[in-house]
Design a protein around this ligand. Structure first.
Ligand SMILES: [Zn+2]
Length: 164
């Protein structure tokens, strides 16, 4: 898929360093002083998690887009969503850039995850999620019949109601 960036001054689509798993982590960014993104639920295709790791602070946050806390994030132990987020961030931006941004000191061969000094620091999901929705809007390419990988995971609004 080729995006014409020059006609869309606000949308900067940077090709990932390595192939990304967009079904698992449809959105990842280094912004707002956090590594943050949206992660599909492993068990429920209708649910997504908004996960983030604070740069420097290494504060961990994970909740559904309705602000329900993630059951897998207990204290300082990163849940599988945060693990997936970090892995995909490395694929998107490269390990060095992610380590620099988060201020993680990790030697070669040591996972960035294990080098974090994490603690639980809940962050409102709404901000990240609205950035994700805007990101999806940028991806709409007029006249393109190609499928957009980021949209494949997207649960229909009707079905998410049953989650309440
Ligand atoms: Zn989680």
């Amino acid at each position: 898929m080729v995006l014409s960036v020059e006609t869309r001054s606000t949308a900067v689509v940077i090709p990932p360093v390595e192939p990304r798993n967009l079904a698992k982590v449809p959105f990842v960014e280094l912004a707002d002083g956090r590594l943050q993104g949206v992660v599909s639920s492993g068990s429920d295709i209708e649910r997504v998690y908004v996960s983030s790791i604070g740069a420097g602070t290494h504060g961990l946050s994970c909740s559904t887009n309705n602000n329900r806390p993630c059951g897998g994030l207990r204290g300082a132990h990163p849940c599988k969503h945060l693990q997936a987020l970090l892995a995909e961030a490395e694929a998107q931006y490269g390990r060095q850039r992610v380590a620099r941004y988060l201020r993680v000191e990790a030697e070669e061969g040591v996972s960035l995850l294990s080098a974090l000094k994490p603690h639980h620091e809940p962050t409102p999901a709404a901000t990240v999620f609205s950035r994700f929705l805007r990101h999806l809007a940028y991806l709409e390419v007029p006249g393109s019949g190609e499928p957009i990988p980021e949209l494949h995971w997207f649960p229909s609004v009707r079905e998410t109601r049953s989650d309440i």
